[in-house]
Design a protein around this ligand. Structure first.
Ligand code: TRP
Length: 334
C-alpha cells in the first residue's frame, strides 16, 4: 500500500503594519492562499516583531485584528491552515531567547534591514530591533518548516535562520529542520505608482505611490490615474517604460491575461484609458475581499474563535520543538 506522502510544511508571517498594499496581496498573500491546498501551511500575524518600533496601544490592537481579519478575507482558511497571532503562542519568544545565544553580534550587525531601520529610527535603536532576525528564526524553526515564502527584503533573514539551525544541529545533533526559501513562480512584483523603479511600499511618503487592499474604489481610481508613465503612449512592455511595465504587470496579475494580450487589447488606445481599465480591474479584484473584511471585522467573537483554535494547535507543535532544543542544551525537563 502506498503511504500518502507527508505534506511539506510552509511557514510565513506578516507584520501588522496598518496597511496591506496591493503589492503585499499580489506579491505574497494571494500565493499563500494557493499554497494551502498543497502544503501544510502555518501563518501568523507577527505582532511581536512590530514592537521593535514604538506602537500606540489602541492603534496597535486595531492593526493586529485588522491584519488578521484581512488575511481571512483574502482567503486564508483556518480549516486548511494554522493561522494565529504570534504573541498568543509563547514558545516564539522563548525559543527566540535561546537562539539569541546562538547568533553572533557580527551576523546581526550585517543585516541590511537593521542598518536601514537604525538610521530611520535613530532615537530608538533597541535590542529588539537588533535581535529581530532570531525571533524570525524561532518562528520558522519551531514548526520544522521545510519552506518559507519570502520576498527579497527578507531573504537575508531567512539565510540567517538557516545558519542558526545548521549551527545548532552541528553542536547538538539534528534538532531543527533547515528551511529553504520558497520561490514562487507566479508572484507579481508590484512597483510604486510614483517611482516605478522602487517596490510599492506603504512607508512611502507619497500616498499616491501605493494602493491599499482596503482603499475605496474612488481612491484606487485616483491613484492609478496619477500613476507615472512615459511619453510614448504605447501600451507594451519595454525598456525605459517602468511605469507601463508595472501597470501591465498588475493588469496581468489581476486578470490572468498575458502582457501580449493586454498590448493587443489596448492597441491604439491612450494611457488614460489603460490606467482606468487597470484601476477597474483592481477594484473588481478587491471588492469581494473588502466585503468579507467588513463582515469579519464586525464579528470579533468569530475572529477570536479562529485565532484561538489555531494558537492552541500551534502551541502543541512548537512546544515539542522547544522542549527538544532545551533538553539538548541541558535544561532540566519540567
Ligand atoms: N519579518 C517579516 C516581515 O517583516 C515577517 C515575519 C516574521 C516572517 N516572522 C516570519 C516572515 C517568519 C517569514 C517567516 O515581513
Amino acid at each position: 500500500m502506498d503511504t500518502p506522502e507527508k505534506k511539506k510544511v510552509i511557514f510565513s508571517a506578516i507584520q501588522p503594519s496598518g496597511t496591506i498594499t496591493l503589492g503585499n496581496y499580489l506579491g505574497a498573500l494571494r500565493n499563500w492562499v494557493k499554497l494551502q491546498d498543497d502544503y501544510n501551511c502555518i501563518f501568523a500575524v507577527a505582532d511581536l516583531h512590530a514592537i521593535t518600533v514604538r506602537q500606540e496601544p489602541k492603534k496597535f490592537r486595531e492593526n493586529i485584528l485588522n491584519a488578521y481579519a484581512l488575511l481571512l478575507a483574502c482567503g486564508i482558511d483556518t480549516e486548511k491552515s494554522l493561522f494565529f497571532i504570534q504573541s498568543h503562542v509563547h514558545t516564539h519568544a522563548e525559543l527566540a531567547w535561546v537562539l539569541n545565544c546562538y547568533t553572533q553580534f557580527g551576523e546581526l550587525s550585517r543585516m541590511t534591514q537593521f542598518k536601514d531601520k537604525s538610521l530611520k529610527h535613530a532615537d530608538n535603536v533597541n535590542a529588539g530591533l537588533f535581535a529581530y532576525p532570531s525571533l524570525m528564526a524561532a518562528d520558522i524553526l519551531l514548526y520544522r518548516s521545510d519552506m518559507v515564502p519570502v520576498g527579497a527584503d527578507q531573504k537575508q533573514h531567512l539565510e540567517l535562520a538557516r545558519n542558526i539551525a545548521e549551527r545548532f544541529n552541528g553542536v547538538y545533533g539534528n534538532t531543527f529542520t533547515v528551511p529553504d526559501p520558497y520561490i514562487s513562480t507566479v508572484g507579481a512584483r508590484v512597483m510604486s505608482l510614483q517611482d516605478p523603479t522602487k517596490k510599492m511600499s506603504k512607508s512611502d511618503e507619497n500616498v499616491n505611490a501605493w494602493v491599499a487592499v482596503l482603499d475605496k474604489p474612488d481612491t484606487i481610481m485616483k491613484k492609478f490615474k496619477r500613476a507615472v508613465t512615459d511619453s510614448e503612449a504605447e501600451v507594451r512592455v519595454g525598456e525605459g517604460k517602468d511605469g507601463i511595465n508595472n501597470l501591465i504587470g498588475i493588469m496581468s496579475a489581476v486578470t490572468g491575461k498575458t502582457s501580449d494580450e493586454i498590448t493587443e487589447e489596448f492597441e491604439g488606445k491612450g494611457y488614460g484609458d489603460f490606467k482606468t481599465a487597470v484601476a477597474e480591474a483592481v477594484i473588481e479584484e478587491v471588492k469581494p475581499i473588502q466585503e468579507r473584511f467588513d463582515d469579519y471585522i464586525k464579528n470579533k467573537d468569530y475572529l477570536a474563535e479562529q485565532y484561538r483554535k489555531s494558537a492552541e494547535i500551534a502551541l502543541k507543535i512548537s512546544q515539542r520543538t522547544l522542549d527538544k532544543a532545551m533538553k539538548k542544551i541541558g535544561f532540566i525537563a519540567k
